[in-house]
Design a binder for this molecule. Structure first.
Ligand code: ADP
Length: 486
C-alpha cells in the first residue's frame, strides 16, 4: 500500500501564506502524489482561509481536545483540490477567526503559543475521529513541534514523526507561568526535552522527539549545528546529526513559470526574452518609476521586513546603492520600524525607488519578471524561495552566501561558467555593495549577461527531486518508529 502522509502546518498556499512555509506545504502534497504516495494537509481554519474555500464540508464535529485544564472541542472542515488532495482546517473561532495568520504590525497575537498548542493537540485527535491513520506526520516549525512530543507520548502508536525546520530563529517559547497549557507529563520538561533556558520551546519539542528532522537546504543543515546559527540548539542538532537531513525546497512550476504566469503582462522563455522587457516596462509604470530606467539595471526585492532579511544592511547602504545609478523596487511588510525607514528612503529617492508596503502575491510575480536583479542580503536564510523564483524568471540574484542562498546561486567568481548570480560573504555593507557592483558591470557586458540569464532560467528546482528525498527520510523514520529505537 502506498505511504500515507499527513502534513501539519500553520500555513499552506493558496489558503494561508505568510512566507516560504506556505509555498512548501502548498506544493509538496502534489509532488508526493506524483511519486505514488498519498498526502493530506491540515492547517488552522483562519478566517481568510475558510473564506477562500468554496467546496468545503464539515469532516468532524466535537473533536475532543484537552488544552491545559480544559476540555475543548474542535470542528474539522475539509476540501479537496482538483487532484483529489484533502486539505483539512481545524476550526475553533476564538483562536483562528482573525484577520491575520500570526499577528499584526504591532507584533504577534498575545495568545500565539496557545493557538498553536491547541492546533497541535487537535492533530492526533482528528486523525482518530476521521479514521485516518497516517504512516508519518510531517510537522513544520514551532507551531506544530508539539505534535512530535504527542506522538512520543503514544498518541498514534503506528505513526512516525518527522519534523521540518523552515526557520530555527522562531522558537515558540512558553514562559514558566503558562507551561500548564502545553499539558505534557513532567518528564518532558527537562534539558533532554522541551526546556530551553528556563522556558519551554515548542520548536525543541519537534527536534527532540521526531524520528527524523529535516531542514530546507544542505548548507543550513550544516550551519544550524554551529553556535553562530544554532540559536542555542546546535548541541542538540549535532547529537542527532545522523537523523538530520538538508533537503532543498523546490519551485512550484504551476505557479512560478514565466511561460504561463497569469500575473504577467507578457509571457517569455529563455529562447525569447522579449516579453521580459515588456514586463519591465509595465512594472516601471505600475511602480510609478520613470521610463528611462528601462535601460538601467532594476533591482527587485520581495520580502518580510524583519532583521533576518538584512533590512538594516539595506537601509545602511541605501544612499550608496542609489549612487550606483540603479532602480530599486521593494515589496514588503513586517515590522513597523522598517516600514517607516524604507518609506523615508523612498522619499529621498522617489525617481529610483518604488516601494509597496503590504502583501501582494500578484505584484510579487511581476517584480520577479520585470527586474534584472534581485537582492537577498539575509543574515541567515534556511532556503529562501525568492532567489529561486528570480532565477526561474531570468532575474539574477545578488545574495549573501548563507543557507539555501549558498546552495542555489552559482557565482562566476567561484569558477562557474557562465554562473547564475553574485554572492558576498560578510554581513557587511561594503561586501554587499561590492557584489552589487560586480553584477552591474556584468549587466553592461550584454553577451555574458545574456548567457547568465539563460543559465539561470534553465536551473532545475523541481519538487519531484525534493519529494523523493523526503520519502526516503520518511521510510527511515517509519523504520525507526517500528523498531521503537527513538
Ligand atoms: P521566508 O519564508 O523566510 O519569508 P522565503 O524566501 O522562503 O522567505 O519565502 C518568501 C515567500 O513569501 C515567497 O513566496 C515570497 O514571494 C513571498 N513574500 C514575502 N513577502 C511578500 C510580500 N510582501 N508580498 C507577496 N509575497 C511575499
Amino acid at each position: 500500500m502506498s505511504m500515507r502522509i499527513l502534513i501539519a502546518a500553520s500555513e499552506a498556499a493558496p489558503w494561508a501564506k505568510a512566507g516560504g512555509l506556505g509555498d512548501v506545504v502548498g506544493a509538496l502534497p502534489r509532488a508526493f502524489q506524483d511519486l505514488g504516495a498519498s498526502a493530506a494537509v491540515v492547517i488552522p481554519a483562519y478566517k481568510t482561509a475558510l473564506e477562500q474555500v468554496s467546496n468545503r464540508e464539515v469532516a468532524a464535529r466535537g473533536v475532543p481536545v484537552t488544552f491545559g485544564p480544559w476540555n475543548l472541542d474542535a470542528e474539522i472542515w475539509r476540501t479537496e483540490t482538483g487532484r483529489g488532495i484533502p486539505f483539512y482546517f481545524v476550526r475553533r473561532d476564538e483562536f483562528f477567526e482573525r484577520s491575520e495568520i500570526y499577528g499584526t504590525a504591532d507584533g504577534e497575537y498575545f495568545d500565539s503559543r496557545e493557538r498553536f498548542i491547541f492546533f497541535s493537540r487537535t492533530i492526533p485527535e482528528f486523525s482518530k475521529a476521521i479514521h485516518f491513520k497516517p504512516d508519518v506526520i510531517l510537522a513544520n516549525d514551532w507551531q506544530t513541534g508539539l505534535v512530535m512530543a504527542l506522538l512520543d507520548q503514544g498518541a498514534l502508536p503506528e505513526t512516525a514523526g518527522v519534523f521540518a525546520i523552515h526557520n530555527l530563529g522562531y522558537q515558540g517559547l512558553v514562559p514558566p507561568e503558562r507551561i500548564s497549557h502545553i499539558g505534557l507529563p513532567q518528564r518532558y520538561y527537562n534539558m533532554e526535552g522541551l526546556e530551553y533556558y528556563g522556558q519551554m520551546s515548542l520548536l525543541k519539542a519537534g527536534i527532540a522527539y521526531a524520528q527524523a528532522v529535516t531542514t530546507v537546504s544542505p548548507t543550513y543543515a550544516r550551519e544550524i549545528q554551529t553556535a553562530e546559527f544554532g540559536f542555542g540548539l546546535d548541541g542538540l542538532l549535532r547529537s542527532i546529526e545522523d537523523r538530520l537531513f538538508g533537503i532543498l525546497n523546490g519551485v512550484d512550476e504551476t505557479q512560478w513559470n514565466p511561460k504561463t504566469d497569469i500575473h504577467l503582462k507578457a509571457a517569455y522563455s529563455e529562447v525569447d526574452l522579449s516579453g521580459k522587457k515588456r514586463c519591465k516596462k509595465a512594472l516601471l509604470k505600475e511602480m510609478d518609476l520613470p521610463e528611462d530606467l528601462i535601460d538601467r539595471p532594476l533591482i527587485g526585492m520581495v520580502t518580510r521586513l524583519v532583521s533576518q532579511k538584512g533590512c538594516d544592511l539595506l537601509l545602511e547602504s541605501g544612499d550608496a546603492l542609489f549612487d550606483l545609478n540603479i532602480g530599486l523596487v521593494l515589496l514588503g511588510s513586517g515590522e513597523e520600524k522598517y516600514e517607516r525607514a524604507f518609506s523615508k528612503l523612498r522619499d529621498r529617492h522617489p525617481r529610483s525607488f518604488g516601494l509597496t508596503i503590504g502583501f501582494d502575491e500578484s505584484l510579487a510575480h511581476r517584480i520577479f519578471a520585470g527586474c534584472d536583479l534581485t537582492l537577498v542580503p539575509s543574515l541567515y536564510e534556511p532556503c529562501g524561495l525568492t532567489q529561486m523564483y528570480a532565477l526561474r524568471y531570468g532575474t539574477l540574484p545578488v545574495v549573501r552566501a548563507t543557507g539555501g542562498l549558498n546552495d542555489t546561486v552559482h557565482d562566476p567568481e567561484d569558477g562557474f561558467r557562465p554562473g547564475t548570480g553574485f554572492k558576498f560573504e560578510h554581513f557587511e555593507k561594503n561586501d554587499m555593495l561590492r557584489a552589487v557592483r560586480r553584477a552591474l558591470s556584468q549587466f553592461e557586458e550584454r553577451h555574458g549577461w545574456h548567457s547568465m540569464v539563460q543559465e539561470a532560467m534553465a536551473q532545475d528546482f523541481s519538487w519531484r527531486r525534493a519529494a523523493g528525498e523526503y520519502l526516503k527520510v520518511f521510510e527511515t523514520a517509519i523504520r525507526l518508529r517500528r523498531e521503537g529505537r527513538i
